[in-house]
Design a protein around this ligand. Sequence first.
Ligand SMILES: [Zn+2]
Ligand SMILES: [Zn+2]
Ligand SMILES: [Zn+2]
Length: 260
Amino acid sequence: MENKHPYSITFLGTGTSHGIPVIGCNCAVCTSTNIKDKRFRSSVLIESESTKVVVDTGPDFRQQMLRENINWLDAILLTHEHRDHIAGIDDIRVFNYRRKGALTFHCYPRVEKEIREAFAYIFANKKYPGIPEITFKNFENDNFLVGDLPFKPLTVLHYKLPVAGFRVGNLAYITDVSAIPNSTLALLNNLDVLVLGCLRREPHIAHYHLEAALQIAQQIGAKQTYFIHMSHDMGLHNEVEAELPQNVHLSYDGLKLNFS
Ligand SMILES: [Zn+2]
Ligand SMILES: [Zn+2]
Ligand SMILES: [Zn+2]
């Protein structure tokens, strides 16, 4: 997929649903003073010179917007309806005020339905003043455009749940995943960067663990692979990073990668 405009990805969060530190946990990772061991819930900013898109609005959305000084969004892309990916929706209001109107959410029809139920007040017939304004645009497998950024949806499985990943240019972003169908693997050729969910060292029913993620990353063969959606069980950032192959990394909050 051609993309002639320079763009970048900024990791807003790289943690699993609990975030790191985990509330009340005294393990070495949760008490680490290394900033790379602090992980908000997984989300990224993808931006070109004229377009800013955030993937997922988890419970840390407000803190992520503040940390990265984001004062404008053109759209939100949603991967799936689990709360660690949508719980921050109420905080999009400030972007409604800036735009003087609705913010577009791109997601599967199923995810739209779940959000309409989970955030019923936003879609009530008689709306309370000042609540979020959302317009949905559904996708299944077809490419769609936000400003000058062309997105190709990538369907993966999160246990049995289909979850959307996205390819833009030679970057692919895949978060909660335990299996990648062959039809999606066929869309992952010639990647400069693969971002891939990898929960921990021990197997898990709904997420890749380290060994499985390393195996699929090698099969996909991106120039560089960055793992996200990590739990504290993965271990200390610097120790895990040191044992990974040279072109595979643990991502960390605040990391920014540029593409031309
Ligand atoms: Zn811990
Ligand atoms: Zn999930
Ligand atoms: Zn998740």
